[in-house]
Design a protein around this ligand. Structure first.
Ligand code: COA
Length: 260
C-alpha cells in the first residue's frame, strides 16, 4: 500500500513509523489514522518486526492533536463516530498490539497526540516536548481515550487538573508525573528508543505479548469509561461552545465561551 501521511522504515527488527504532516504539526486527520491502522496491522503479523517506534516528522511536533479543521463542522453523531472509529482503528489498536510500541515524543504531543503516546506501551520524550490535553479550550473533551489513559498514568487528581486547565507540561514534569519513562536531548531520542528496543528483542515475543495482555486485561475488564467518553465527546459537538472554540482556533483568536 502507498502511504501519503506516514513514512515507514524497517531496520534491525524495528519498524519506524513517522507521522509526516509537518506543515499541520502532524495533526491526525482521518486518512492518517487509516494509514497508521494499516501499517500497524501489517507490522503485527510481520515476523521481521519485533518493536515499533512511532514519532513525528520535524523537530517541533510529535502530533499536535486530532485535525481540528477536519472535524469543526461535524454533527453530534459524526463526532461520536469520529471518536468511536478512532478508538478502534488507532488508540485501542496500538494498545492491543502484540509487539511493544514505543512513542518517541519529539515535540508537541497535544490532544490526540498525547492520546496516541499514551496508547503506546512505552514513552520516551525529548527535552523540548510539551504535553497536554487542550480539548476543553476548544469546547470539546479528549475523545481518543485520554480521559481514561491519562488517569491511569498520572492519577485522578493530576488528570482532572490537566484536562480542566487545558494546560501543557514540559518533559521534566511529565517524567516526574510518570507520564513518560525517559527524557533525553532531542538528538538522542531515537537512540534511546533503540536502546530500549535492543533489550526487548532479546526476549521472547510470545511471552511479551502474554504479559501485555495480562497487564491490559486488568485495566479494561470493567472500564465503562471509554464508552462514556465517546458519548460525552459526541454531545459536545452540539454545543455553541464547540462552534466557538473550533472557530476561534481556525481564526487564530481567543474563544469566548458561554457554557451553552
Ligand atoms: N489540527 C489542525 N491543524 C493544526 C493543529 C490541529 N490540531 N495543530 C496545529 N495545526 C496547524 C495550524 O492551524 C497551522 O496551520 P496553518 O499554517 O495552515 O494556519 C499549523 O498547524 C502550524 O500551527 P501554528 O498554530 O501556527 O503553530 P504555533 O507554533 O503558533 O502553535 C501549537 C503550536 C501546537 C501551540 C498550536 O498549533 C495549537 O494550539 N494547536 C492545537 C492544539 C490542540 O488544541 N490540539 C487538540 C486538538 S483536539
Amino acid at each position: 500500500m502507498a502511504y501519503t501521511n506516514i513514512l515507514l522504515e524497517n531496520k534491525d527488527s524495528i519498524l519506524y513509523i513517522t507521522i509526516n504532516r509537518p506543515d499541520q504539526l502532524n495533526a491526525l486527520n482521518k486518512q492518517t489514522i487509516e494509514e497508521l491502522n494499516k501499517a500497524l496491522a501489517l507490522a503485527d503479523v510481520n515476523p521481521e518486526v519485533r518493536v515499533i517506534i512511532i514519532t513525528g516528522s520535524g523537530e517541533k511536533a510529535f502530533v499536535a492533536g486530532a485535525d481540528i479543521k477536519e472535524f469543526s463542522s461535524f454533527s453530534i453523531e459524526e463526532g461520536r463516530m469520529l471518536s468511536r472509529s478512532g478508538h478502534k482503528l488507532l488508540f485501542d489498536f496500538v494498545e492491543n498490539m502484540s509487539k511493544p510500541v514505543i512513542a518517541a515524543v519529539n515535540g508537541f504531543a497535544l490532544g490526540g497526540g498525547l492520546e496516541l503516546a499514551m496508547s503506546c506501551h512505552i514513552r520516551v520524550a525529548s527535552e523540548n516536548a510539551k504535553m497536554g490535553l487542550p480539548e476543553v479550550s476548544l469546547g470539546v473533551i479528549p475523545g481518543y481515550g485520554g480521559t481514561q489513559r491519562l488517569t491511569q498514568l498520572v492519577g485522578k487528581g493530576k488528570a482532572m487538573e490537566m484536562i480542566a486547565t487545558a494546560g501543557m507540561i514540559g518533559a521534566s514534569e511529565a517524567l516526574q508525573w510518570g507520564l513518560v519513562n525517559h527524557v533525553v536531548p532531542q538528538a538522542e531520542l531515537l537512540a534511546k528508543c533503540e536502546e530500549i528496543a535492543g533489550k526487548i528483542v532479546k526476549n521472547s515475543p510470545a511471552a511479551i505479548a502474554s504479559a501485555y495482555r495480562a497487564i491490559l486485561s486488568g485495566y479494561k475488564k470493567y472500564n465503562a469509561g471509554y464508552e462514556a467518553e465517546i458519548k460525552e465527546f459526541g454531545q459536545c459537538f452540539g454545543t455553541e461552545d464547540f462552534t466557538e472554540g473550533t472557530s476561534a482556533f481556525m481564526e487564530k483568536r481567543k474563544p469566548v465561551f458561554k457554557g451553552k
